[in-house]
Design a binder for this molecule. Structure first.
Ligand code: MLT
Length: 264
């Protein structure tokens, strides 16, 4: 199920299970493939599910350079090559995984059948956010990831998840803590450098499912509604009692929407 895949520059740790139409799950920042655990368990029964730890995250190797969104998208395509998957995939990305999804569409359009965009954004960072990311990138190299594990938690989960699922919250904190400072720093700089892709949306003429937690403060409902409106073939699902991590917080509801989308 978990395998090490050597790419040109680095080795990635990749979850690969099941048979059938391939679904590629791309995790958010600063997490790893296991944030998709409930989807991997459910959809490996009917689909081939592939979920890499992006470079610098989880058990994958760090790279010496900035992890730009195009580089991460090309890594995903290289993983598909290594697994000899040449059918177009459904790509399901959350947040940073969504930033990677836009680039995958741009750079590898023939490999993409459908898109699932969870809790993500099409806009670039504001100058203040970009500045903050650069500062965090320096800080993480000096101090490690502990400050991120502390500061991000309340932005990732709805108040209900925080109070009712403390084990899940702890688990995600642990995911953040075990990432390498070098990998996290490289991705912060990569996200800061990403372009505004809002103009691309009307051209992404493939079936798309847009999912957002009702209480997501990072990619709020109104912003995701605007993305869904701009995508020519999309539907929007708002997940109650979920924050930024809707697939982890409300897996049954998210899986139901995903199942319906994959069936269509
Ligand atoms: C993520 O979940 O991937 C991050 O919140 C993305 C970001 O910081 O923009």
């Amino acid at each position: 199920m978990l395998r090490t895949i050597p790419l040109e520059e680095i080795e990635l740790n990749v979850f690969d299970a099941g048979t059938g139409h391939p679904v590629l799950f791309v995790h958010g920042f600063p997490l790893n493939h296991s944030m998709w655990r409930f989807q991997l368990e459910e959809f490996s029964k009917t689909h081939r599910v592939i979920a890499p730890d992006l470079r610098g995250f989880g058990q994958s190797e760090d790279s010496a350079n900035v992890s730009t969104m195009p580089v991460l998208a090309d890594d995903c395509a290289a993983v598909l090559d290594a697994l000899q998957i040449d059918r177009p995939v459904t790509l399901c990305g959350l947040s940073m995984g969504g930033y990677v999804a836009w680039q995958f569409w741009k750079r590898h359009p023939d490999r993409l059948h459908r898109l699932v965009l969870c809790d993500t954004r099409a806009a670039a960072d504001s100058p203040e956010v970009r500045q903050g990311r650069r500062a965090s990138s320096d800080r993480v190299l000096k101090q490690g990831t502990a400050f991120l594990a502390e500061s991000m938690i309340e932005k990732l989960f709805s108040p209900k998840t925080t109070s009712q699922q403390p084990d899940l919250v702890r688990d995600v904190q642990q995911m953040i803590l075990t990432n390498s400072p070098q990998g996290v720093s490289a991705a912060l700089l990569g996200m800061a450098a990403r372009p505004d892709v809002t103009d691309w949306l009307p051209e992404i003429n493939i079936p798309s499912l847009v999912i957002v937690g009702a209480a997501d403060p990072i990619s709020p409902v109104d912003e995701m509604r605007a993305i869904a409106t701009a995508l020519p073939q999309s539907s929007l699902q708002i997940i109650p009692d979920a924050g930024h991590m809707s697939p982890l917080e409300q897996p049954a509801i998210v899986n139901q929407h995903l199942r319906q989308f994959l069936r269509a």
